[in-house]
Unconditional design. Structure first.
Lengths: 303, 664
């Protein structure tokens, strides 16, 4: 339960922290931390414009996407508390739930009949397809190291082994989750949310035709997804057996650091060339393989 | 008593289809089907719920006095249910689908069609119930023949006849392998049935015999590289036939593999690894080639290869589990594979039926000519979408459950695995996750291009929803898809029981309710998801009622004269993918570059095409090579009689010489 509430709370500030970081880094005064939240309220109050080409799929997709993210949140543990729903292989459900939301966003983009949105849909489908193996290799590595197959059990036994090498793949894991979150949420270096040309967008171009309430749902989903990945990263770097109250504080610090990292990346990095993106994403799988080899050595299987 | 009489009566009564008037032909066939389905399903339910181990029903007594029995064990019972359900929904669907053909085809053609349909169904039932080798081969042959007649319904078209013949030849190549394998068993044990396999395996090497069977059955199942008949035959057949062939007939190959696998006693690890590797290649390559297809039914046919790969991966893991004595892996692998047999029969028949509806109302299978069909055919669109989500393995649909079991088997066996097994299992995890991602890519393309956006041709613009009689059987399938997806603990339990019984796992090692928490968790999340989604949508409706809603054109980046032809096409959707996958797919472009000093470029054409690489390398090239060689030899065939006399003379002379030199 605590995990679920904490993710909700972190999601409120998360996009604001990214915005603040970016404005400070570029020397602007910039909007306040709560600005994204205010934007959502404005969107909800507004009316909507629908394209005549669109139909049912376009209208349900944002709700489906948000519902999948909220369901995925139920699967993530916090500290020593188990997740609300925890079972063997729950991370498989986690990954496939997010894929369900993505499926609907992709076909919703095709529902508009716009070639721009079709282009975004095609790119999103391709990039999310090649990022998938990295996630599974990483989780398989953890399952092999800890001997457990659910988020809650893996994270609560993560640091218990007392092995110093834990730090090595705690860092590899955190890095991979950060990068996966970037791809999943369409941020730099794979996609640039602030680009102003439809041809160079991925996620933004898919939601070009959304307005009002539906667009608000999409934004809420994105922010929750950030906090969701943030909490996975948190579980990976902070041992579960530490004091709970200390952990609650640390949770927000980790989330804030994650947001600052995103903000800084977006301030100082350019987006990849579009046809370099697959290579970049496949590198994540390669790094996950390295984690796997490290664990093979640790568990005395190799050498 | 009724049991043993009714089945032979059915076999005989099916002949009557030829002699009754056309309007009642369909209903007569339906009555036969329903009777047989009720009968055989009651057998399987009796077996699954009762305490009997095996049910034996005499089919007929031969002149020599020995009886041929239908033997039903739990494995057969499972397959009987899978066969019956899809054949039944397929035939309900066929009524509306065949209607447009009443004008163009003769009554005899229809009689042949119904008769073949009944016999395809009967032969599949007998394949899973007959243990005698010779009769097994006979019903296996009947299955191939009846499906051949079903495929060639439209035989006026030259291509279809050609496809049918090539299908028939490949089926017989497969049968030859099975025949040889059975003969080997006969030679060693003096018996020719599945029970004798155990004796054979006990004294002889296991792997060579298994490989013979495996090749024979894998041709039917469509494992790569033995899949080449599949993408040709499925598009050629009528949609209800494709649904049945892809949904259940190819599973007879899986049944055969399981049947010869279970009694194996040694070489298990090698067998498991071979099955797993072949399956993963089939899975990944099947879906990769599916993405490149623009013929809707051919696309689905390639997906059958992918799903056979997933089923095979489950079975392969199960065998590895047997070899390593890892009971959890055995149970999860086999159960995942077996459940996927059922799941695939549901969503693949659903997809073929709804694709058939699309074909009937647009008269094209080329997805580049479709678009916007969701507005014209809302029911078909929703049905296809359900099938697409299920086949992509997404929760809360049934495909996820079987993939989850297979994944879980892999993850749970990782900690204790040796180095080589760890790498193998991790490779399988990567393979399965790639298959999932690629399937999503393929079905977002298929659904998006066919049903969404604006119509790309006059055919699509004039489409209309199909008859209710074609939609209702599909809704029936959707009900089962949702039932398995949301109520998985109920659906998986019988499958666990079948696997535990078939592989001889004891209940102590793997308690019956062992994996229930996981499946319950999936059900809970599924329920939460459905409730959350519906409340969000209800609130949205209520919320938007008070807001100002305006309609306008799709945002065109400032350009206002947008036409449907400017939409993203299937080709453009997969452009980036094709770029990455070119080494595998061998996509070729044919175009003329515009010359530098060509001021007024003339007419030009552009063609892009991707081959089935395996077909090209393994079938087309050797055939070309051999026929090229034979053509060179054909120089001798001059048609002049004096040359032939010379050949005879040279032959006799050489025989004489060889005899003199004591060589022969």
């Amino acid at each position: 339960m605590a995990g679920f509430v904490l993710i909700l709370a972190a999601a409120v500030f998360f996009p604001g922290v990214i915005l603040r970081t970016k404005s400070i880094a570029s020397g602007r005064k910039g909007p306040g931390v709560m600005q994204p939240l205010r934007d959502i309220i404005v969107l909800i109050k507004k009316g909507s414009v629908f394209s005549r080409t669109t139909g049912l799929i376009f209208r349900v997709a944002p709700a489906v996407s948000l519902a999948t993210v909220i369901c995925a949140m139920l699967l993530v543990p916090f500290a020593e508390q188990k997740a609300l729903v925890s079972f063997e292989g729950d991370f498989i459900l986690f990954s496939y739930l997010l894929a369900l939301g993505r499926f609907f966003m992709i076909i919703a983009a095709l529902d508009t009949g716009s070639s721009f949105e079709g282009m975004g849909a095609s790119r999103e489908a391709l990039f999310s397809l090649i990022v998938e193996p990295a996630f599974f290799i990483l989780l398989a590595t953890f399952a092999m190291f800890t001997g457990y197959t659910s988020f809650s059990d893996i994270f609560s036994h993560f640091f218990i082994s007392g092995n110093d090498y834990v730090l090595v793949y705690s860092i590899i894991g955190a890095y991979l989750f950060i990068q996966t979150a970037m791809v999943e949420n369409s941020r730099l270096p794979v996609d640039d949310p602030k680009t102003h040309l439809e041809l160079t967008m991925i996620h933004e171009v898919m939601i070009l035709d959304y307005s009002g309430f539906d667009k608000a749902l999409i934004h809420i989903g994105t922010y929750l997804k950030f906090a969701l990945y943030g909490s996975l990263i948190y579980n990976m770097v902070v041992p579960a057996e530490w004091n709970t109250f200390l952990q609650a504080g640390l949770f927000f610090i980790v989330q804030a650091v994650f947001a600052v990292i995103i903000g800084l990346t977006e301030s100082f990095r350019a987006r990849n060339k579009m046809n370099k993106n697959p290579k970049f994403i496949l590198t994540l799988s390669a790094i996950a393989w390295i984690a796997f080899v490290v664990v093979l050595i640790l568990t005395d299987k190799l050498v | 008593m009724l049991n043993s009489i009714l089945f032979p009566i059915l076999l005989v009564l099916s002949l009557l289809i030829f002699f009754i008037p056309r309007p009642v032909k369909y209903f007569f066939t339906l009555i036969l089907l329903v009777t047989g389905i009720a009968l055989t399903t009651s057998w399987s339910i009796r077996l699954m719920t009762g305490s009997e181990q095996v049910l034996e029903i005499p089919l007929f007594v031969t002149a020599a006095g020995s009886a041929l029995n239908l033997v039903i064990d739990r494995l057969s019972a499972f397959f009987i249910i899978v066969i019956n359900f899809t054949v039944f929904t397929g035939f309900l669907y066929a009524r509306g689908y065949l209607a447009p053909y009443y004008l163009s085809k003769s009554p005899l053609r229809f009689s042949i069609h119904y008769f073949s349909y009944i016999w395809l169904w009967l032969s599949m039932l007998m394949v899973v119930m007959i243990h005698d080798g010779l009769f097994f081969l006979i019903v296996w042959e009947i299955m191939a023949l009846s499906s051949f007649f079903l495929v060639t319904f439209d035989a006026e078209e030259r291509d279809i006849m050609k496809t049918g013949i090539s299908y028939l030849i490949q089926m017989h190549a497969g049968m030859f392998f099975i025949l040889v394998a059975f003969l080997l068993v006969f030679k060693a044990t003096g018996q020719m049935n599945f029970e004798a396999l155990k004796d054979y395996y006990a004294v002889n090497r296991n792997l060579p015999l298994f490989m013979l069977f495996f090749i024979g059955f894998a041709i039917k199942a469509g494992f790569i590289p033995l899949h080449t008949w599949l993408p040709e035959a499925h598009p050629a057949a009528l949609s209800h036939v494709s649904g049945v062939m892809s949904g259940v007939m190819i599973k007879m190959g899986i049944y055969g593999i399981l049947r010869v696998l279970i009694p194996m006693q040694s070489d298990l690890l090698a067998t498991g690894v071979i099955i797993l590797v072949v399956s993963l290649i089939s899975g990944v390559m099947g879906v990769m080639m599916a993405i490149a297809q623009h013929d809707l039914k051919r696309l689905l046919a390639y997906h059958s290869i992918e799903n056979i790969g997933i089923i095979g991966a489950g079975i392969g893991l199960g065998v590895i589990g047997l070899a390593l004595n890892n009971q959890v892996l055995t149970l999860l692998g086999f159960s995942g594979g077996l459940l996927h047999v059922l799941n695939h029969s549901l969503f693949k028949s659903l997809l073929f039926f709804s694709a058939g509806s699309v074909y009937q109302s647009t008269h094209t299978r080329n997805i580049e000519r479709m678009g916007g069909l969701m507005k014209k055919m809302p029911w078909t669109a929703m049905l296809f979408l359900t099938g697409a989500l299920a086949i992509s393995g997404l929760p809360p649909f049934n495909g996820f459950i079987s993939e989850y079991l297979i994944y879980l088997g892999m993850f749970k066996s990782l900690p204790g695995a040796s180095l080589s097994n760890s790498i193998l299992i991790l490779g399988s995890v990567v393979g399965l996750s790639l298959i999932g991602g690629l399937a999503i890519f393929c079905f977002t393309k298929a659904f998006g291009i066919v049903f969404l956006g604006e119509a790309r041709s006059a055919n699509a613009a004039g489409a209309a929803e199909v008859k209710k009689s074609m939609i209702i059987p599909q809704i029936l399938i959707v009900a089962f898809i949702m039932l398995i997806g949301l109520g998985s603990p109920l659906a998986v339990k019988p499958v666990f029981d079948i696997v535990a019984w078939t592989t001889g796992l004891s209940n102590q090692v793997v308690p019956a309710g062992y994996f229930a928490p996981g499946l319950q968790g999936i059900s809970i999340i599924g329920g939460v998801f459905v409730m959350l989604l519906s409340s969000l949508l209800i609130y949205r409706r209520y919320h938007l009622r008070r807001k100002e809603i305006t309609e306008g054109p799709t945002w065109g980046c400032g350009y206002t004269a947008i036409t449907p032809r400017q939409q993203y096409t299937a080709t453009s959707f997969i452009y980036n993918y094709n770029h990455i996958a070119r080494p595998v797919l061998g996509t070729r472009k044919k175009m003329e570059e515009i010359g530098e000093n060509e001021i007024f470029p003339g007419r030009r054409t552009f063609v892009s095409h991707s081959d089935d690489v395996f077909r090209k390398v393994l079938i087309d090239r050797p055939v070309d090579l051999i026929s090229g060689l034979l053509k060179k030899i054909a120089v001798m065939q001059t048609g002049q009689i004096r040359h032939y006399i010379l050949y005879a003379f040279v032959f006799m002379l050489s025989v004489l010489l060889l005899a003199i030199l004591n060589i022969i």
